[in-house]
Design a protein around this ligand. Structure first.
Ligand SMILES: [Cu+2]
Length: 344
């Protein structure tokens, strides 16, 4: 996989083909569909988007090591001074995300962007052998956090486009999602099952795209922090997210992309008192923070026919290349993003 990526990058710099007019909407004038804020708009332009995201997690990792279920339920939790073990082990989790976005450019220099989402999550856990090893599911759903950003143009040439962005994630997602568990008919669910961070989280990003004919190479770096503890007395650690991607335009209306993303999240500050760390690794604030590197392969399509002209469709599949977790956490296995975008 790495060899073919290196080949692709070499190809990028060795092939130069003719430049297309900036006015024609091209499949590759947007980055891979999972990327947000990858482009800006011209004065007066409006764009709407909808993305469907599916994420699947399976089994537990500690650091870079896979753990069996019986190993998870024999590990000490952070609440018992090393003497008590976890009563349940997460087995799998899946999440469906419906993401809605709008962009508007009041000027060529500034593009405003707002994004929110509706989340549906399900986690399956297995009880410890002493409790019979039975499996149970918990579910949550609701609106996620809402992000408001300003994208500011730095440079907009034919072969190089650069902008930076500042934004704020608003805590519109609930951090009091509850469901029935074997020990309570109404328990607050673990951190991963909550729908938001509960805090105002400012972020900053820089985005760059270089074009050489039918080839593009882009970079994006995002730093996100937290303004302080939420109402349940915790906040997520700072997040650093770097992406490098490249795309090839096979025709004006079709392009494919490859993307490498690195995501680093620091440990959590504080913890939610109502979550009992003895219950499950997913309720233990000690089990937060990660490093993940993943590969995304995608297709971008734009419709040039008169009916639904310039409507875009993007699909991207994302698989992990490397993941390292603080404590015991569920590992990611697969992500899929399908998105529609329309600008006018
Ligand atoms: Cu847009």
């Amino acid at each position: 996989m790495f060899k073919s990526l290196i080949l692709l990058v070499v190809l990028l710099f060795s092939v130069v083909s003719k430049l297309y007019s900036d006015e024609l909407h091209m499949a590759d004038s947007h980055g891979p569909i999972s990327l947000m804020g990858d482009h800006i708009h011209k004065k007066g332009e409006v764009m709407f988007s909808y993305r469907f995201g599916h994420m699947k997690m399976n089994n537990i990792m500690n650091g870079t090591k896979n753990l069996r279920i019986d190993e998870v339920t024999s590990r000490p939790n952070s609440a018992s001074n090393g003497s008590g073990v976890y009563m349940n082990s997460p087995i799998s989790m899946k999440m469906d995300m419906h993401m809605f976005g709008a962009m508007y450019a009041p000027s060529d220099q500034l593009t405003l962007m707002i994004m929110t989402s509706y989340l549906e999550k399900e986690m399956t856990q297995q009880r410890m052998p002493m409790a019979g090893s039975a499996r149970f599911d918990v579910n949550s759903s609701g609106i996620g956090d809402t992000r408001v950003s300003g994208l500011i143009k730095l440079y907009n040439g034919i072969s190089t486009k650069t902008h930076f962005g500042i934004g704020l994630s608003l805590p519109t997602g609930s951090i009091d999602k509850r469901d029935a568990t074997p020990v309570s008919s109404d328990a607050r669910l673990g951190y991963a099952m909550q729908n938001g961070s509960g805090s105002f989280d400012p972020y900053f990003f820089i985005n760059n795209v270089n074009s050489i004919g039918r080839f593009k190479i882009g970079q994006q770096f995002i730093y996100k922090t937290s303004s302080g503890k939420n109402s349940k007395d915790y906040n997520y650690g700072d997040n650093y997210n770097a992406t490098i991607w490249s795309s090839v335009r096979w025709a004006n209306n079709v392009s494919t992309s490859a993307k490498i993303n690195y995501d680093y999240r620091e440990k959590m500050n504080g913890s939610d008192n109502e979550m009992n760390p003895r219950m499950s690794p997913s309720m233990d604030s000690y089990n937060q923070g990660h490093q993940k590197m993943n590969l995304g392969l995608g297709v971008n399509l734009i419709n040039h026919n008169n009916f639904l002209k310039n409507h875009r469709l993007g699909i991207e599949g994302i698989i992990p290349l490397y993941q390292r977790y603080e404590g015991l956490q569920m590992k990611e296995t697969f992500r899929l993003t399908i998105g529609w975008q329309y600008g006018f």
